[in-house]
Structures are given as structure tokens and as C-alpha cells.
Design a binder for this molecule. Structure first.
Ligand SMILES: C[S@@+](CC[C@H](N)C(=O)[O-])C[C@H]1O[C@@H](n2cnc3c(N)ncnc32)[C@H](O)[C@@H]1O
Ligand code: SF4
Length: 430
């Protein structure tokens, strides 16, 4: 599959939806008003019945050079213990609020860092606190991110009993040479054995993360990664382009845009054509029954997100917030959830309707019902997508194409810029 550089729809590829949304005209709430704003928000019943819970565990037993996430290595055991106690206290306090109690959550996601880097009994205690306090749907997805090396029979025994029904493993690649250069501990035989253990433990929803654009990665090794995936009881896969860290730290990708597209297209082709599999988002594929990704799919769309933990980012109604990423400062606030945000931002109420447009770029389609008004408001953008083969319109429904999936974060940025114009009536800052 060749991408003609003369026909590139965008100059540079945006790789992260978070980066794409930065142009949205959110306004900061002054520090002095943050706790009160947050408290009054949670003292009202939910306006959006679609909600997710995220819990951030910012610890890893060993950190990787390429990683862009908020995480810490070799944290003293007493800090980890204090962190777990703080999260549990916050669950009990925030769990009683009218906003939390007014509708069930459809997914709980433990992300990191590496949630399984903390003692299994601590993870179980947090899950127990969630289940005791927070209303969950009957078929609530409870996902835990893990490295391969943290997977043990003891861990699996504890978390399955606690109710974990989905695991998301950072495999990145099955290529042993590249794995070693990334500092990943397990080889591909160990990965296969651990995935077998997970499957036997009763967790049937097993998702892996793969990254393309890694140093020394070839299309042959990537094809081999996709072949290995098909031989194992894996039910889902997230496919990420390597994102370089700011300031040139860590590793950066050596691929030009055409090669990036080749990697993306071969994964897209393989994963969307696997027996019983479907695509859920531009980067998430899985079995339509056993490989659903409720949290991941809801996160890119219109669900509200209660996020707990240092550096966790959430959104409630017309507000977004970021909890203090500094662990010491985060812990200094202990159970007082309202004091934990470092930043709270708000946006105009018109955004409620406009944000549905992201269902196309972060989900895969806009249905008839959403599309009626949005087609007029985003007329130029939809024409641009059609003209460049990034989306197709069938009646009133709009669908992202394969090429559209590759440029999905750019499309989000395009929409975000238009939303800024619609809300502010002038050109956005870039
Ligand atoms: C927070 S990590 C959680 C998984 C677990 N800690 C592990 O590494 O196995 C989530 C995923 O983010 C992805 N990721 C981290 N840094 C990245 C980067 N620079 N570019 C692309 N993806 C990245 C990796 O695929 C990783 O598995
Ligand atoms: S990739 Fe996973 S294990 Fe590595 S530093 Fe990032 S969060 Fe930790």
C-alpha cells in the first residue's frame, strides 16, 4: 500500500487524540475556585448517563525509555501503601456523592504505569472499595493494564476472584531483539506462556498493545508480530504508532510517512479480517464478543470520566480536570478528592452537541441522528474528508475509511479547530 506524499491530506501526522484536542477553547477555573467547582459538580446528579471510571497507578517495577506516561520506578513500599490507602479513601468519599450514585458506570479501567506492579492484595482492596461504593452495570468491564513480567498465577488468582474480566498487556512487539533494546524483560516464548496462563485463569478478554515505528523494526518483524498474535488466545489489540517524547528524550521513530502507513495498513488489514473480529476505534480491534473494549471505546467519545490518582485526567459535564501528577503533593491531600485537581477547565455548553463529531474521528462513524446538524456546522470539514478519501457518506451516516483511521488524530484536530471557531467566533490559537 503506497501513500503518495504529493497527496497527503495533512502536512504532519498528529499521533495522539489528546494533542489533537488541545485547540479546544477550554478556560481555566482559578485555583482558588477549583475545589468548590468540583464539589458542586459532584453534588448534582449526572446529566450524562454514559460514564467510566479510571484509576491511575503510576508505578512500574522498571521504566522503559520510550514511555510517554506518568510513572515512577523503585518507589518505596510505604509510598505505594500510602498511595493505595489514599485512592481507597477517595473512592469512599467521592463514591457517596449524588453524581456518582445517580447512574451506573459501564467500565472500570486500571491504567498506569503498571497497576500490577503493586502488591496484588492492594489491587484487590481497591477493586473491593469500588464495588462496595460505586454503582456498576451488571456486565461492567473491569480492566487492568499489565506488563507480561508482572503476570503470575498468584496475581491471576487474586484479580479474577476480585472480578477483573479484561487484561491489557503491553507487548509492544514479539521480536526478542527489539524487546531487549526497549528494556522489556520477557522473550516471546514467555509472552506465549503467560498469555496461556491468563486464558486458563478465566480472563477471556485479553488485549495486547503493539507499537509500530520502533527502531530496527521491519515490515517482516511486524508481519511476524501479527502472525504470533493470531496463534495465541488474544481477543483484542491496540495498535499505536511510536510517539516520540518531547525534547528528544527517549527513542524516536525512524519511519517516513509512507512506511508508517505500510505498517498501519498491514495491521489494519490483518486485524479487521480476523475471524469474529471488528474494529472499535481507529487504533483498537478485537473479537466482537470476547474482545470488546468498552472503556477504550467510550473514552474517545462522549462518556463522562471519573478519574482518580496522581496525574489522572477526567471529565465531568462541561469540565475537564487533571489531578496533581506529583505523588508527594497528591498524597498531601490525602482523602480530600476535591483538593487533588491541579487544573480544572470549563467550556461553553454548546460543546455538548458539537463534541459528538469526535464519534467519527475517535470512534469510527457518525450515525444519522448525530449527523443532521453536524453536517451543516462542519460542512467544509466533511467536504475535505470526502474529497481526500478520509470518510465516506452513505445517506446521513458518515464512516471513517482506512486512510481516515491513519489520519484520525489530525481529523480530531480539524474538528477541534472548527469547534473553537464556532464557540469563540474567531480563529483558534494553534
Ligand atoms: C501505560 S502503558 C501500560 C502497560 C504496561 N505498563 C506495559 O508497559 O506493559 C500503555 C501502553 O502505552 C503504549 N505506549 C507507551 N509509550 C508509548 C509511546 N512512546 N508511543 C506509543 N505508544 C506508547 C504502550 O503500548 C503501552 O503498552
Ligand atoms: S511502558 Fe509500561 S512498564 Fe514501561 S514505563 Fe511505560 S508504563 Fe511502565
Amino acid at each position: 500500500m503506497i501513500l503518495n506524499p504529493m497527496e497527503l491530506p495533512f502536512k504532519n501526522r498528529v499521533k495522539s487524540p489528546t494533542q489533537a484536542r488541545r485547540v479546544l477553547p477550554f478556560k481555566p477555573i482559578p485555583t482558588s475556585g477549583m475545589a468548590d467547582t468540583f464539589q458542586s459538580l459532584l453534588n448534582q446528579p449526572a446529566q450524562n448517563p454514559d460514564r467510566l471510571l479510571y484509576i491511575h497507578i503510576p508505578f512500574c517495577s522498571k521504566t522503559c525509555s520510550f514511555c510517554i506516561y506518568n510513572r515512577n520506578e523503585s518507589t518505596p513500599a510505604n509510598t505505594v501503601k500510602l498511595y493505595v490507602d489514599t485512592i481507597i479513601d477517595q473512592i469512599y468519599s467521592v463514591g457517596k456523592t449524588p453524581w456518582v450514585q445517580s447512574a451506573p458506570f459501564k467500565a472500570v479501567y486500571f491504567g498506569g504505569g503498571t497497576p500490577t506492579a503493586i502488591p496484588a492484595q492492594d489491587l484487590v482492596s481497591i477493586i473491593k472499595a469500588v464495588k462496595e461504593t460505586i454503582p456498576l452495570t451488571n456486565d461492567c468491564e473491569i480492566s487492568v493494564e499489565s506488563t507480561i513480567s508482572a503476570v503470575t498465577p498468584q496475581l491471576l488468582n487474586s484479580i479474577t476472584k476480585a472480578g477483573v474480566n479484561r487484561i491489557s498487556l503491553g507487548v509492544q512487539t514479539f521480536d526478542n531483539g527489539i524487546r531487549r533494546s526497549l528494556g522489556r524483560e520477557s522473550d516471546n516464548e514467555t509472552i506465549a506462556r503467560k498469555i496461556g496462563l491468563i486464558s486458563q485463569s478465566g480472563i477471556l478478554n485479553i488485549c495486547i498493545d503493539l507499537i509500530y515505528g520502533l527502531p530496527n523494526q521491519t515490515i517482516e518483524s511486524w508481519t511476524n508480530d501479527l502472525n504470533m498474535l493470531q496463534q495465541l488466545p488474544i481477543t483484542g489489540c491496540s495498535v499505536y504508532p511510536l510517539v516520540s517524547k518531547p525534547n528528544g528524550h527517549g527513542i524516536s521513530t525512524e519511519l517516513d510517512i509512507e512506511k508508517e502507513y505500510d505498517f498501519f495498513a498491514s495491521a489494519h488489514h490483518t486485524l479487521s479480517n480476523m475471524d469474529g473480529w471488528q474494529q472499535f476505534t481507529p487504533v483498537q480491534y478485537g473479537h466482537s464478543v470476547n474482545g470488546k473494549a468498552i472503556y477504550v471505546s467510550g473514552h474517545g467519545q462522549s462518556a463522562d470520566l471519573l478519574a482518580l490518582g496522581a496525574g489522572a485526567g477526567g471529565r465531568i459535564n462541561l469540565y475537564t480536570y487533571l489531578a496533581n501528577p506529583n505523588i508527594e503533593e497528591f498524597l498531601a491531600n490525602k482523602a480530600n478528592f476535591y483538593q487533588t485537581p491541579k487544573v480544572v477547565l470549563s467550556i461553553d455548553k454548546e460543546y455538548h452537541n458539537l463534541r459528538k463529531v469526535f464519534n467519527l474521528s475517535e470512534g469510527l462513524s457518525l450515525n444519522n441522528q448525530h449527523n443532521q446538524d453536524l453536517r451543516m456546522l462542519f460542512n467544509n470539514e466533511f467536504d475535505f474528508l470526502n474529497k481526500n478519501g478520509l470518510a465516506t457518506e452513505i445517506g446521513a451516516s458518515v464512516q471513517l475509511t482506512q486512510k481516515g483511521c491513519f489520519w484520525a488524530a489530525n481529523i480530531s484536530e480539524l474538528f477541534a479547530k472548527r469547534i473553537a471557531v464556532l464557540l469563540q467566533g474567531n480563529e483558534p490559537r494553534t
